[in-house]
Design a protein around this ligand. Structure first.
Ligand SMILES: CC(C)(COP(=O)(O)OP(=O)(O)OC[C@H]1O[C@@H](n2cnc3c(N)ncnc32)[C@H](O)[C@@H]1OP(=O)(O)O)[C@@H](O)C(=O)NCCC(=O)NCCS
Length: 172
């Protein structure tokens, strides 16, 4: 999934503007044929991260790729697993997804651990140019409803109906 430039790459002070510009752009071009549904992750009323899914030709493919980030101070507390489970429940139970994919670099154990705990299965490994002159190995992952490990936290969904309509799911 395309992401705004990370805080390691962006010059100081530009990260917030890059992030906002990324979301403005994605919102303005949202269509059933090509969309990123990026949902805010809130803790005690404060935005601490983002859990998204990107899809192309969704009415036919019924698949999309999840991607996420959390502020550093909020990582490693189980929030990343909870937000991915919530997103997968939304996609499978309310938005008509039949498959969900993800991908993570092999040197990103936290992301790979979240995928494993949620039930994603490994597919192939791609060779990707991560930064100038740097090769990185990217693990592909796929989740089906049968493999989905929901965990023991109940997920309550509100506001799905307008999104279904926007995706053309309820068209006559
Ligand atoms: C990926 C991310 C969203 C995960 O969220 P999180 O809240 O940190 O994840 P959780 O706390 O729910 O789970 C992390 C798991 O990774 C494991 N983990 C973390 N670092 C690890 C390491 N170095 N080696 C092995 N396992 C590791 C943890 O043990 C935990 O598994 P456990 O609960 O079985 O012990 C978050 O770390 C993040 O935003 N990272 C930076 C952005 C990013 O990489 N996004 C994904 C791009 S594909």
């Amino acid at each position: 999934m395309a992401r705004p430039r990370s805080d390691e790459d962006a010059p100081a002070g530009q990260l917030s503007r890059n992030t906002a510009a990324y979301h403005w752009g994605k919102r303005s071009t949202f269509s059933p044929e090509d969309f990123c549904l990026d949902l805010a992750v809130l803790l005690d009323g404060r935005v601490i991260g983002c859990q998204g899914v990107a899809a192309k030709h969704f009415p036919v493919t019924r698949t999309g790729e999840t991607g996420s980030w959390l502020g550093r101070e909020f990582q490693g507390r189980g929030i990343g697993t909870a937000m991915r489970r919530a997103m997968c429940a939304l996609l499978f139970d309310h938005l008509g997804f039949e498959e969900i994919t993800s991908a993570a670099f092999l040197d990103n154990p936290a992301s790979l651990a979240v995928s494993r705990k949620v039930g994603y299965q490994p597919t192939g490994i791609s060779r990707i140019k991560r930064r100038e002159g740097e090769l990185a190995l990217n693990q592909g992952l796929v989740l089906t409803p049968d493999d989905f490990v929901r965990g023991d936290v109940a997920v309550e969904v509100t506001g799905a109906a307008p999104v279904r309509s926007f995706l053309g799911l309820d068209a006559a």
